[in-house]
Design a binder for this molecule. Sequence first.
Ligand code: RIB
Length: 290
Amino acid sequence: MARQLKAGTSKTLGLIVPDASNPFFAEVARGSEIEAQEADYSLLMGNSGQDVERESKYFYLFQEQRISGVLVSPIEDVREEIESMRSQGTQTVLVDRKADPSICCSVSVDDIAGGRMALQHLIDQGYRNIIFVAGPLEIQQVADRLSGAREAIRQSRGGAQLRVITTKNLDVLDGREVGSQIVAMPPIERPDAVFAANDLLAVGVLQAFVFNASIKVPEEIGLVGYDDIAFAESAIVPLTSIKQPARLLGKTGVEMLIEEIEDPSGHRHRQITFQPALVVRESTTGPSAR
Ligand code: RIB
């Protein structure tokens, strides 16, 4: 790889994700790595930690190392970084975020459909007073899930209501904190269901309900997560979740990146959007769910 880098003919790809500790991005990385290896490329991964400065440093590092292409799940708009890298011969594909077709390729999941699917399932199960545990609404994936959830509420024609609680991070600890807030509510103010923006938040909410307050899930409060990571199925109450094809996102992103690297002049940018899927488990279908 060092010889390739020196010769400027690096068969090395870069991957930048916002949270390497999130199993969803670990699966995206795995899918990317398998596809890169099959095409005889190496893959280097950087974790931006949801920090724009760190993300920019990885863009600079990969450009400086003459990496052939970068797959990035961006924090914010990275149009300038993409154009700068392309001017130096490094291609970019967005993963888990839809790109403007004039800028680059992208592979993503329809998170509006995913949010709508989660709420429609809860409404179909008889839940009516629902809280969306959001994480930061600045994250486009989270904002899209909320948009879809609100569409389902509108279509329920007043049959259901949605409150939103935002958190700083999309992790178990912040989920546990919100779960504790819900436990502290007078029972009359508690929701009858929670939709969490990802499975890590949902697992934290579940821990607060089961360990701190013995709130029965799903009998007293139903719970839906998002991503369908392995912890969803193995949670103390198996979690209903919205499945994202994480490995396929990584695989497809690398395929598109290598296509452009190997034929930049003949390449036309594409936006591939996969559909999420509802995976129903005990956390919304317990013995006496509504
Ligand atoms: O980055 C936050 C979330 O957005 C992840 O859990 C995954 O769902 C991604 O799409």
